[in-house]
Each structure stands twice: as C-alpha cells, then as structure tokens.
Write a protein that binds this ligand. Structure first.
Ligand code: PHE
Length: 339
C-alpha cells in the first residue's frame, strides 16, 4: 500500500496541464470527495499499528504535493493568459504597416523645395489673406495699373483693401522687407484667383516662387538656375526663354522646357510642339527692390514663379484639376509609392 502511494506522489510531481479542465480533473482524482486521498484516509483504520506512522506520513505528503501542484499549475496558466490578453498571440506573424499616400500637390511641392534647397535656397511662407501693398503696390503695380486685371482678385474688404493673395510674390516682398541681401528664398503656398472653375483652372491653386538678390546677380545666373531646376525636376536640360511681361520684373520671360516628342503622351502634353511652358521669370524690377528698402544701385536679383498644380497635372497625366480638391480616396491612393 505504502509503495502504491509513493508511486502516486511521483506521478503527481510529474503531472503537467495545459488548461483549466485538466487541472480540475486532476484535482477531482486526488482531492475530490470520492478522490484517492479520501480512499487512503479511509484505509487508515485497516493499516497495522506499526505501519500507521509511515502510512500517515506518505498520505499527507501525497495530499500536500497534489495541492501544491494544483496551485502552481493554476498560477502558470493564469500568468500566460495575462500575457495573451496584453499581446495577443505572440507567435502570430505581424501585420504589414499600410503606407499612407501624400497628396500629388505635396509630392511635387516637396520635390521642387528639395531641388532648390540643394543650391542654398531657404523656404519662406506668408499669409494667404493680404493687403494691397504686398500683393500689388510693392510689386510695381500701383493703383489703376492695368496689369492688376491680369490677376482676378477676391476682395474681402475694400478701402483699405483686404484680399486673398493672387500669387506668392507677396512673400518675397515680406522677405525683402525683413532681410538684407544676400537673399535666396523660395516661397511655396496656396493662391486664389476669381476664375471660372473648369477642368483646366480653379479658383485656388498652388505656386512656388523663387527670389535671389545679391550684388551682381545677372540674367545668366537666372538661366543657369532654371536649367539646373529643369534637369533635376524633369530630367530635361533644354530650355528656352520667351520675352514676356510681368510688372515686377524687367526684363521678363516665359520659360519653356523641351520635353521631346517620343511618345503619344509627349504629343498630347506639348500639343505637338515638344515644348512645355512651365513658369514665368525675370530680373527683379528696381522699383520693387526700392519698395523693399534694397538699393538697386548696389543689388540686383532674379525671380521666378511656377504653378504646382499645372506641373502635377502634367507629370501624373491627371485629366482634371478639380480632382486635387475632391478628396476622392480612389484618386489619392494612387500616389502611395510616390514621395
Ligand atoms: N507672380 C507671377 C504670377 O503669379 C509669377 C512670376 C513670379 C513671374 C516671379 C515672374 C517672376 O503669375
């Protein structure tokens, strides 16, 4: 009998369980009302006197061992459940992190900023709600100047005028007012014009304008900078400058980049000419420098400005400018892989 009990002790010590049910079955087997221990205790009275002491000892050992076993198994099980509760199944393969998509306007804007920052241009920003001075007068567009009509303006208040800026040249004025040359800055931002909304034009869009003012800045510097830009931006280095007019620059030019005519898309984009108009530029008019307290006898500068939306439309072959502001996920998600 004593040998049998000792075997049970060994069995109890070796027992393991992976869930609560197994532990419970084990408990009933040993410690339950009809369990083995009660049988052994009942047997006590039949044990010969000289064996009673040892018998009692082993039965008690069996009882303690079984109870200890149950307690430890329960503890282990509970703590492993706790871990699962916090971390889930830690052996499961991880879920891939889904990439977000940048807006195509941001993608193109970042690219432009990146290219100019590599040659020492910093970034400047200004308010979208402007006054007459920064949007017009300081830029050599005095009151009643006919060129004011070139930019259909949204006025918020009249006399004194408060308006939505029609170009980010406003930021260049603010920058020149607050900083001394040498100045090398680009100003990205949203601008507004009172135009009919269509597939090609919107009443708001985005620009990046650039300004370089220092001693001895020449038109050759401007051309070189533009060529660097088109090479980095489009991989095209052939450009041409067509004479144009802006009130704030003299001389002024329109910049075309030679896109080529290799594919059908090239034909469509360039209307069969191979040339793509991408921006306006010129040498900063001395009047503008003077308005910003910079002496045009000492300093000269160039400026340029381009529409981000137009470039984004071209680069991504987007058929309608309104798609930029509709927040349609089917459209936006297509730019996931772009930077
Ligand atoms: N501000 C001009 C526009 O919005 C662009 C431009 C900037 C042209 C600088 C020449 C020089 O049309």
């Amino acid at each position: 009998m004593i040998e049998t009990i000792k075997k049970h002790i060994a069995e109890v010590e070796a027992f393991t369980a992976s869930n609560k049910d197994e532990i419970e079955t084990f408990r009933i087997k040993y410690l339950g009302k009809k369990g083995l221990l009660n049988d052994f205790f009942a047997e006590f009275k039949n044990v010969p006197n000289e064996q009673k002491k040892e018998f009692g000892k082993v039965v008690n050992t069996l009882k303690d061992t079984a109870q200890d076993k149950i307690n430890t198994l329960k503890e282990v099980l509970e703590s492993s459940e706790e871990i699962k509760g916090v971390y889930g199944d830690i052996s499961r393969p991880g879920e891939p992190i889904e990439l977000g998509a940048r807006h195509p306007i941001s993608i193109v804007k970042n690219k432009i900023i990146d290219i100019f920052s590599r040659i020492g241009f910093n970034i400047s920003e200004g308010p979208e709600i402007e006054d007459d001075w920064h949007n017009f007068t300081a830029l050599n567009l005095p009151e009643y100047h006919p060129a004011r009509d070139m930019q259909d303006t949204f006025f918020i208040e009249k006399n004194p005028d408060v308006l939505l800026r029609t170009h980010t040249s406003t930021v260049q004025v603010r920058y020149m007012e607050e900083n001394k040359p040498p100045i090398r800055t680009i100003s990205p931002g949203r601008v507004y014009r009172n135009e009919a909304i269509s597939a090609r034009s919107h009443c708001f869009f985005h620009q990046v304008e650039g300004l370089y003012v220092d001693k001895g800045v020449s038109f050759a510097d401007l051309k070189q900078t533009l060529q660097y830009f088109t090479t980095e931006m489009f991989g095209k280095s052939k450009i041409r400058l067509r004479p144009s007019y802006f009130p704030f620059t003299e001389p002024s030019a329109e910049v075309d980049v030679y896109w080529g005519l290799e594919t059908e898309t090239d034909y469509k984009m360039t209307k069969g000419t191979g040339w793509l108009e991408i921006m306006g530029c010129g040498m900063v008019d001395p009047n503008v420098l003077r308005n910003c307290n910079i002496d045009p006898e000492v300093y000269s500068g160039f400026a340029f400005g381009m529409g981000i939306d137009r470039i984004a439309l071209l680069l991504h072959q987007i058929p309608d400018i309104r798609m930029f502001s509709e927040n349609d996920l089917r459209f936006l998600e297509q730019f996931k892989s772009a930077y």
